[in-house]
Design a protein around this ligand. Sequence first.
Ligand code: GGG
Length: 353
Amino acid sequence: MRTFHIAVIAGDGVGVEVIPQAKRVLDEAGRRRQFRLDYHDFDWGSDHYFRHGRMMPVDALELLRPSDAILLGAVGHPKIPDHVTLNGLLLPIRRAFDQFANVRPAVLFPGVESPLALRKGERIDFVVVRENTEGEYAQVGGFVYHEQPEEVAIQTAVFTRRGIDRIVRFAFELARRRNGKKRVTSVTKSNAQGFGMVLWDRAFASGAAEFPDISTESLLVDAAAMNFIRRPESFDVVVASNLFGDILSDISAMIIGSMGLAASANLDPLRRYPSMFEPVHGSAPDIAGKGIVNPLATILSAAMMLDHLGEADAARRVERAIADVLAEGPVRTPDLGGKSSTVEVTDAILDKL
Ligand code: GGG
């Protein structure tokens, strides 16, 4: 029987509630498809920070490296600045393991209501591909006159031709594989950001030339935000920088009905290092501990992990089980207008499996 070694970081807040539910579904999928998941749990995150002054230990990356994949819940705590939690755990893992493609599907499941009034027969089914290791999140910069009245902060976005070329190529290859509109939309702000994003536009144009079967569109980020609302059905694959991809994928999460349905994969497409799978949502301290967080974003992320591990049939079964539960309607958490608990939603998925 195939065994996959999965590093698990449940993290903070609702992370510790959704991860056990994803494991239940993964284990059941494995039982049905003859594979095993061997979990290695790491209790890193904000509690670790309170105890040791760091979000994860010094040798954390070495401990994660041998795993086949990483499953992450959420990071963030009201008593720790967000830049500390993000830069102490999530961003170093993405960079160290060169997880340069952050894939965030936006699918409106039948039975789920979008806040948008879609025209009859129109569907939302696209993917945001976010450049995940450089751009505006490169953490290049510093302070001058730190914490003095005349303080200056410099924050530099880093765009490399190599970094853009590889994410653009990834987006085109994804559009070719997907059963979609065969279209890639590139998002920048190159009218105002005249260096990095002009380089992006040029790299996108050369990438596009290698994929004549895929149609293209280039949008400024403000127009993209508008069009996610105005014509969401027109998108197939959207490729954007780290910051723009982060923001746009929160819009896409809302138009598919809930942040609780937004899954993501941080991929090293070259498979030199473990890739990481996590819900798009954060630790949600306002609902943490109440047993009502929607587990589906994490379960959908776990299905993306199964796909990456070569267990596509199991991944499709999990996705179908979720689609069936949502289509039937009554079992859903409050973010989707229901009254069910986190565990009840997972129980319904397991029944379907
Ligand atoms: N699910 C992981 C998590 O807690 N994400 C919250 C967050 O701050 N994400 C920022 C990012 O994806 O760059």
